[in-house]
Ligand binder design. Structure first.
Ligand code: GFB
Length: 319
């Protein structure tokens, strides 16, 4: 059982996922949480990471750090996505082993599953056929991290859990117009169009791909719940976390347009990629363990738009 005074390291606490995990742990009363900014500790540097772990010796580790981005960032910077995410996984997982970490939770992504996986995608679909090319580099780094956890568990008897969340959104996201994921990009594009009085907003691809969106506070609740109550053998090699519901990008765009209050037109840039035609996780295993999502897409969109506006008005969204 996790004790409120156990030392917990949250890797990536400034990002969308890590900051939500940190909020959740604090709400639950955990009082001994360590975190380091990217500037203080570069997780791609092996010796720095080992020194940090051996000095701090955390008992629990949430690995939510990594280089993330939307479909265009993934296709434009595949080498960076490959290197950063692989190095972070390699260093944090190995250092956790060296420092005797009691339990680690590794966060992957639903893009680890094959492009032609059965839908909804069960955990067993892993490595059964080729990946979606637009995010192959990121997916391979995440698959390596997941497999690393399971091989360490097998050889060293560690308790390293890995979870695969669906597409996430919520406060503290990146709102870069080119590099971000679709949902924050749409909030920004519609908001800017409304402010400037533009008559149309240009979105990418055909609008027909289907995606599943999970509010990041729900994800944080799920991973803290798993860490508190389960060990790696209970979960299997990995476990999906999602809502079980999907929406087309076209319908999502309409929902975001209404939340923002933009009254102009939407047009589609067919030179931009669609990526996976459909990406819906089979979530029956996590539901059977006793977790379910609480935040609807409508509530989540409102909450995320409030976060965006606050930061937009404060001038803290750069570029
Ligand atoms: O969220 P997104 O960038 O990534 O795009 P993926 C989802 C869909 O939204 C794609 C469309 O079909 C995009 O073409 N889309 C429409 C847009 N307009 C926009 C826009 O303005 N910006 C963006 N970003 N998309 C990512 C992976 O895949 O999902 C990552 O690349 C990761 O590796 C992440 O796994 C969760 O869902 O296609």
């Amino acid at each position: 059982m996790m004790d409120l005074q156990d030392k917990i390291y949250v890797a990536g606490h400034q990002g969308l996922v890590g900051s939500a995990i940190l909020r959740r742990l604090q709400e639950e009363g955990y009082g001994n949480i360590v975190f380091k900014s990217h500037r203080e500790l570069d997780l791609t540097r092996q010796s720095e990471v080992e020194a940090f772990f051996l000095a701090e010796r955390p008992r629990y580790v949430f690995l939510g750090a990594g280089l993330v981005g939307g479909i265009l960032a993934n296709t434009t910077y595949p080498a960076e996505f490959f290197y950063s995410n692989l190095a972070v996984a390699l260093n944090v997982v190995h250092s956790s082993y060296l420092a005797g970490v009691k339990k680690l939770l590794f966060l992957g992504s639903s893009c680890i599953y094959p492009r032609e996986a059965p839908q909804p995608i069960p955990e067993e679909a892993l490595l059964t056929s080729p990946l979606e090319p637009t995010n192959e580099a990121y997916a391979l780094a995440k698959i390596a991290g997941l497999k690393m956890c399971s091989h360490y568990n097998r050889q060293y008897g560690t308790d390293f859990l890995s979870v695969m969340p669906t597409n996430l959104y919520g406060p503290n996201d990146h709102y870069h117009p080119e590099k971000s994921h679709v949902l924050p990009a749409l909030l920004r594009k519609f908001h800017e169009a409304k402010e400037t009085g533009a008559s149309e907003v240009l979105l990418w691809g055909s609008g027909s791909p289907l995606r599943e969106f999970l509010y990041v506070d729900d994800l944080a609740e799920a991973v803290v719940f798993l860490m508190e109550n389960f060990s790696a053998p209970d979960l299997g090699e990995t476990i999906n976390i999602g809502t079980g519901e999907e929406i087309s990008i076209r319908d999502l765009a309409e929902r975001v347009r209404r939340v923002v209050g933009f009254e102009g037109e939407i047009s589609w840039d067919s030179t931009k990629p669609d990526g996976m035609p459909r990406k819906l996780l089979d979530v029956h295993r996590i539901l059977s363990l006793g977790w379910s999502p609480k935040v609807s897409l409508s509530e989540g969109l409102e909450g995320t738009y409030r976060d965006f506006k606050a930061r937009w008005e404060a001038g803290t969204i750069v570029s």
